[in-house]
Design a protein around this ligand. Structure first.
Ligand code: ADP
Ligand code: NI
Length: 213
């Protein structure tokens, strides 16, 4: 069955990754996406599940180049039994949903909106906090440095390469995600997760200043 084959392929490709793009991330995104699909009673669950499972496969950070990543996804999709129309839709969703420093892309299908929401939900809340520091640690970026200013406007290049800290990432991306969600179901799921990050930051600064209890 196509879903099982896809799971195996993704597990194999992402299993060892420690930048926050591991198999468990993909599995959470898949479950979030199917939950949103059910709540909204919208979208094709098969397309949603496939796009969620494959969404990180062509990521430029996990491949030698954007081209190579795209090719990896397409080669896999050619190897399983899918209609051309489903294949094209899955590729299109995956190409359209990445955050890349806040640049807005228009999402054409409800399936794309749902998978994007599901991926974004996994970047916020307790899991999002854990992922931000895991990513920061892997990159060798500091936890926090009060002398570095928060970057408001930045190019994709700056977003990826500029000097920042994991705490800064909350202002540059994570705290913005709640208001960028597409579906009501995802907005409901985001409320508690957003609150969790706000509380975390409050406590973090208290402890930083030596007043934590
Ligand atoms: P996107 O490609 O959608 O911008 P990523 O795939 O880079 O996001 O993000 C993977 C995970 O790492 C996410 O949870 C994200 O919030 C986190 N992350 C990305 N960039 C940074 C950063 N500069 N500092 C801390 N965490 C980051
Ligand atoms: Ni992802």
């Amino acid at each position: 069955m196509v879903i099982k084959e896809t799971e195996e392929f993704v597990r194999h490709e992402l299993g060892e990754d420690a930048t926050g793009h591991d198999w468990f991330h993909v599995d959470r995104v898949r479950r979030n996406a199917l939950h949103i699909c059910k709540e909204e009673q919208a979208g094709d669950p098969f397309i949603i599940e496939m796009a969620a499972l494959l969404h990180d496969i062509p990521d430029e950070k996990l491949n030698e180049s954007t081209e190579k990543g795209k090719q990896k996804l397409e080669t896999f999709l050619e190897s399983v039994s899918l209609t051309d129309s489903d294949k094209n839709h899955i590729v299109k969703i995956i190409e359209s949903i990445s955050y890349k420093g806040g640049r807005k892309t228009t999402l054409e299908s409800i399936e794309a909106k749902i998978v994007q929401d599901a991926d974004r939900l996994d970047a916020i809340g307790a899991i999002g906090i854990a992922r931000a520091f895991a990513y920061g640690g892997k990159k060798g970026q500091p936890i926090y440095d009060p002398s570095i200013t928060v970057r408001k406007e930045m190019s994709l290049e700056e977003y990826r390469k500029g000097k920042s800290t994991s705490i800064h990432h909350f202002y540059e991306k994570l705290l913005k995600l709640r208001d960028l969600l597409n579906t009501e179901a995802a907005k409901n799921m985001a409320a508690g997760r957003h609150q969790m990050m706000v509380l975390f930051l409050e406590q973090f600064y208290q402890e930083w200043d030596g007043q934590g209890s």
